[in-house]
Design a protein around this ligand. Structure first.
Ligand code: MG
Length: 456
C-alpha cells in the first residue's frame, strides 16, 4: 500500500491487504475523504464478491452519508456495471469496492467520476490531500441509503445494442464462460445467452476465496477453461478477472488468445467501419502498430494503467483502447474496460467474419515478448533512467518516453525500460519477431543497463 509515501491511489485505485493496510477504520477515513470531495452528491456504491467487500462497503457507506452525500447501494455488481450505471443514470460519482485480479486477502476502492470513468490523477490528489490533512467536512445526513437493483440486467441490454444480435444468434455458437468465481458471472453468461449461444459456465459461483483458479486470468490459471472448451467442442472460451472488467479468450482448439491479439482483432474490425486513433499503454505489442498502419490509423501510447488509457481516450475523442491483459475500452458503449462488452464484440466479429477464432488469430502477425529485471536502488533510479534514455536513443530509430523509455531498435523490435514503483528494480521488456531474437536483445540490454546503473 502507498499510505507510507503520502499516497492513497496506485495506478488502479486504492489497493491493500484487508485488515492490514485497509482496516475498516482506514476505509472509513478514506470514505470521509471521498465523501468530502463529492460533498452533497448522489453516489452509487457497489462491491465485488470478496469476503471483505461488504465490510469495507459498510465503512465507506457510513462515511459517505456522514459527509452529506446520498448513497445508492448497488450491492454486488461487476466494476463495468457500476461505471456504466454512474454515467447512464446520472450519478455525481461512484465508489466500487474491489481488488480486481489481486489475491483474496486484498481489497481496494475505486472512485468513479460522474462521466462513469475513474477520476484522473489530479482529482485523486484532491482526495489524498483531504485524507492526509483530515480536512473532513461532515454534513447533514440527508436520507437512508437507497438500494438499487437490476443494474447488471440494464448493463447487458446496453451492451447488446452494439452488436448484431440476429447475426450472432444465427451462428448458434457454443461458449464456455469462466468468471473465476468473480462477479463477471452477473453479465457475460447473460450476454452470451441473449446472443443465442449455448452457454456453459465453470468456476461460476461467486466466492471471495476464488477457489476455482484464482481471480486473475493468466496462462497458468486457464487450463480448466482450455480443457472445457475442447471437451465441449465449443467455439470460444471467455475468462474474466475478479471484477469482470478484463476478458481473455480461448480459441476452438483450446489455445489461449492473449489480450494483445484479441484487441488486435477488435481494432482491425473496428477500423474497417470507423476512423479513430487507438489508445494503448506503451507496453503494448507491435501487432497494434501493424493493424493501425493497415488502416492508416494513429497509435497513441500512454503510461501503463487503465485509468490513463480511458482518460486519454476521452481527451482525444478516441473510440477504442486496449491493454495486453485483456482490458478493452470500447467508447461507443463506454470508455472503460468491460469484460462482457469485449465478449459480445468478439462473438459479433466471429459471426461477421464467418471464421473461427483460431483462424483469425493465425492471420495476425506474431511477436515474441520476454521480460526481466535488474537491481537498481531507489535513489539511483532517476539518474539510471536518464542514462538508459541517452544510451537507447543513440541506437533507436524511434523513442517514446511517456512512461519509462521505449526504444524501437529496428522495424519490429523494441525495448522498454521502466523503473518499478514499489521495488528497487528496473524492469526490462523486449518484443521481437521471434523468441530467439527477443532473448538475444534482452541479454545484451540487461548487461548494458546493469553497467549504466553501477556508473549512475
Ligand atoms: Mg479488474
Amino acid at each position: 500500500m502507498l499510505l507510507e509515501r503520502g499516497r492513497l491511489f496506485g495506478t488502479n485505485g486504492i489497493r491493500g491487504k484487508t485488515n492490514e493496510d485497509l482496516t475498516p477504520v482506514t476505509c472509513y477515513h478514506i470514505g470521509l475523504a471521498i465523501g468530502t470531495y463529492f460533498s452533497g452528491g448522489r453516489i452509487l456504491l457497489g462491491h465485488d464478491g470478496r469476503t471483505s467487500s461488504q465490510l469495507i462497503r459498510d465503512a465507506v457507506k457510513v462515511a459517505l452519508m456522514e459527509t452529506g452525500n446520498r448513497v445508492y447501494d448497488a450491492r454486488m455488481v461487476p466494476t463495468p456495471t457500476l461505471q456504466y450505471s454512474v454515467k447512464s443514470m446520472g450519478f455525481d460519482g461512484g465508489v466500487m469496492v474491489t481488488a480486481s485480479h489481486n489475491p483474496p486477502e486484498y481489497n481496494g476502492i475505486k472512485v468513479v467520476a460522474s462521466d462513469g470513468v475513474e477520476l484522473p490523477r489530479r482529482e485523486e490528489e484532491k482526495i489524498e490531500r483531504i485524507f492526509f490533512s483530515k480536512a473532513f467536512k461532515l454534513g447533514e445526513v440527508l436520507e437512508e441509503p437507497v438500494f438499487v437493483s437490476g443494474l447488471a440486467e440494464k448493463h447487458v441490454e446496453a451492451i447488446l445494442k452494439h452488436v448484431d444480435v440476429e447475426l450472432v444468434r444465427e451462428k448458434k455458437f457454443k461458449v464456455v464462460v469462466d468468471p473465476g468465481n468473480g462477479v463477471g458471472v452477473m453479465t457475460t453468461p447473460f450476454v452470451a445467452r441473449k446472443l443465442g449461444c449455448k452457454t456453459i459456465t465453470i468456476h461460476s459461483h461467486v466466492d471471495g476465496r476464488f477457489p476455482g483458479r484464482g481471480p486473475e486470468p493468466v496462462f497458468d490459471s486457464l487450463s480448466d477453461l482450455c480443457k472445457s472448451v475442447k471437451a465441449a467442442g465449443a467455439d470460444v472460451g471467455i475468462a474474466h478477472d475478479g471484477d469482470g472488467d478484463r476478458a481473455i479468450f480461448v480459441d476452438e482448439r483450446g489455445r489461449i488468445v492473449w489480450g494483445t491479439y484479441s484487441f488486435a482483432l477488435i481494432a482491425d474490425w473496428f477500423l474497417e467501419k470507423r476512423k479513430t486513433s487507438i489508445v494503448v499503454p506503451v507496453s503494448f505489442s507491435q501487432v497494434i502498430v501493424d493493424v493501425a498502419e493497415k488502416h492508416g490509423a494513429e497509435v497513441v501510447w500512454t503510461p501503463v494503467g487503465s485509468i490513463v488509457v480511458a482518460r486519454t481516450m476521452l481527451e482525444r475523442g478516441a473510440l477504442i483502447g486496449g491493454e495486453e491483459n485483456g482490458g478493452v475500452f470500447y467508447a461507443p458503449h463506454h470508455p472503460v474496460r468491460d469484460g462482457a462488452m469485449t465478449a459480445a464484440l468478439v462473438l459479433h466479429i466471429l459471426a461477421e467474419r464467418g471464421k473461427r477464432l483460431g483462424e483469425l488469430v493465425d492471420e495476425l502477425p506474431k511477436y515474441a515478448f520476454v521480460k526481466d529485471k535488474v537491481a537498481c536502488p531507489d535513489e539511483k533510479k532517476k539518474e539510471a533512467m536518464r542514462k538508459v534514455e541517452a544510451e537507447l536513443s543513440k541506437k533507436a530509430w524511434r523513442v517514446e518516453t511517456v512512461d519509462g523509455v521505449k526504444a524501437w531498435i529496428d522495424e519490429k523490435t523494441w525495448v522498454l525500460v521502466r523503473p518499478s514503483g514499489t521495488e528497487p528494480i528496473l524492469r526490462i521488456y523486449v518484443e521481437s519477431t521471434s523468441e530467439e531474437l527477443a532473448r538475444k536483445v534482452l541479454a545484451s540490454e540487461k548487461s548494458r543497463i546493469a553497467d549504466l546503473i553501477s556508473s549512475a
